[in-house]
Ligand binder design. Structure first.
Ligand code: NDP
Length: 449
């Protein structure tokens, strides 16, 4: 922990020497290059609308009868739902509220990893307090005025999706343009010279804005934990309110709705509690900030991850004790694996080894754990995350495949992420990585993958 005045941070106004040597040209594409970038840029927001076309009352079911699709697409209700200027300003208000909380709520200032310039940035950690304050305000509103008072999100879902997509496009364009200013530190993977690709993957490593002296508002970490993650919880709560209103004045939500809110809420709050751990993740240390992260953080996470709760709002379903117990066991065992693996790695990377894990020494100077969960697979935390994801999908029962999209998508995301990490570790560790892979054979799930 450090105080803002004691550590020198990078600021866009610093005319320090970020030379061309620090920002080499990127020679290798990821995501299948510009065409892949185009495909993901269109598909990601596109899918958010497809979820509504294939799973909503507006569309006529989940999935709706195939023949109803053309008439849904032509219906004015659908078109009107796509855009609402008031909803756009509500969304901007939400983002501004998150910025204000970042600025006003006290928090620790924590150093990030060492940048290529040799310096370290400072990050304000108060995401958990922001999350608690927001939940408190929402709970107070619902307690005082009933669930009817918190239906805005559910009622304006598509318009809010559009607002977040437009804002993500705006942010990606703005940071791309600003990355050409003198002194900007670029991401090693985002400087190909291809406009579309660099805009998508992120040209500048850490776009940030100096608000006070040397205190930086870092857009990438801010977006990663606050406006999207907390909104995801609010989206779920709004769906729960919708279900309660439908079920009658004094009705409780269904067990499935309570569980999905509990599981998602726990996941979000614990991400906020461990906010500083993201500072060592590849999104922050390696990836630039472009459309990929902007759309992911602002639109994809809050609106696609809440699909199960939205489905349960208009298709209430009681799981019963047996299925509820199975789903809870899956979620909490997954959580145990996820949390233990992440905490073991964080402690180990901070120079502690309280569980006396066996280690492999590397020429790079750092060690790799080869026993405990990290001796069973190379990404045990992904394996726990996947178990939780499956439990979330199962809260919706087995009547539709659409609410299982999350686990299919998340599997692809984590397999791809494991491949990217493997490539980076091969470069970092050389032969030692090959040796490590001989000892820890499984990539994510022991004996399966
Ligand atoms: P990891 O936490 O697996 O970190 C990978 C890094 O850990 C490697 O680059 C290496 O870096 C270090 N490492 C690898 N093996 C070992 C070892 N045996 N011993 C010690 N260090 C090791 O990956 P992520 O950062 O991708 O994921 C973090 C968490 O975020 C996970 O729980 C994941 O599930 C979650 N996540 C969630 C997403 C969501 O949308 N919900 C999206 C993406 C991730 P080095 O050696 O340089 O320290």
């Amino acid at each position: 922990m450090a105080s803002p005045s004691t550590v020198k941070t990078l600021s866009p106004s610093d005319p320090h020497a970020i030379t061309e040597a620090l920002n080499p040209k990127t020679t290798k594409y990821e995501f299948a290059g510009p065409l892949g970038a185009l495909a993901v840029s269109v598909l990601t927001p596109g899918l958010l609308y497809v979820f509504h076309l294939t799973c909503s009352e507006l569309a006529g079911g989940c999935p709706p009868p195939l023949l109803s699709l053309p008439s849904t697409l032509q219906s004015t209700r659908w078109l009107n739902a796509l855009w609402d200027t008031n909803a756009f300003f509500v969304y901007l208000g939400w983002y501004a509220y998150c910025v204000l909380c970042w600025k006003l709520i006290p928090g620790d200032w924590v150093q990030g990893t060492t940048l290529r310039t040799g310096e370290k940035k400072l990050y304000k950690i108060n995401g958990f307090s922001t999350g608690l304050l927001t939940l408190g305000l929402v709970a107070g509103t619902i307690y005082r005025n009933g669930p009817l008072a918190f239906l805005y999100i559910y009622d304006h879902w598509l318009a809010l999706v559009s607002a977040s997509v437009v804002f993500a496009i705006f942010q990606a364009c703005a940071v791309y343009a600003l990355s050409f200013r003198k002194g900007a530190l670029l991401a090693l993977g985002g400087n190909t010279g291809n406009v579309l690709y660099d805009w998508f993957i992120g040209r500048e490593l850490n776009p940030s804005f100096s608000w006070l002296d040397n205190i930086n508002f870092d857009l990438k970490t801010f977006n990663e934990v606050r406006p999207g993650l907390i909104l995801w919880m609010l989206n779920d709560i709004s769906c729960m309110c919708e279900q309660m209103v439908r079920r009658g004045r004094h009705a409780w939500p269904t067990d499935s709705m309570i569980l999905i809110n509990l599981f998602h809420g726990l996941y979000v709050l614990e991400s906020l509690w461990y906010e500083k751990n993201i500072l060592t993740q590849m999104d922050i240390t390696t990836d630039g900030f472009g459309f990929m992260l902007a759309i992911g953080d602002l639109a994809w996470v809050p609106f696609s991850y809440a699909l199960q709760a939205r489905y349960l709002a208009f298709t209430p379903r009681e799981l019963g004790w047996t299925l509820s117990t199975i789903v809870c066991i899956l979620n909490f065992v997954g959580y145990y694996v996820f949390r233990t693996a992440n905490s073991d790695k964080d402690a180990f990377r901070n120079g502690k080894n309280p569980k006396n894990f066996k280690t492999l020494k590397t020429k790079r100077g750092t060690e790799l754990m080869i026993s405990g969960l990290w001796g069973m697979s190379r990404h045990p935390n992904y394996w726990g995350d996947l178990m939780m994801g499956l439990a979330w999908c199962m809260t919706t029962g087995f009547n539709t495949p659409i609410t299982y999209f999350y686990i299919a998508y998340f599997t692809v995301l984590l397999v791809h992420r494991a491949m990217r990490d493997d490539e980076m570790c091969r470069k970092k560790y050389g032969d030692d990585w090959t040796e490590y892979k001989k000892i820890v054979k499984w990539r994510i799930i022991p004996y399966i993958y």
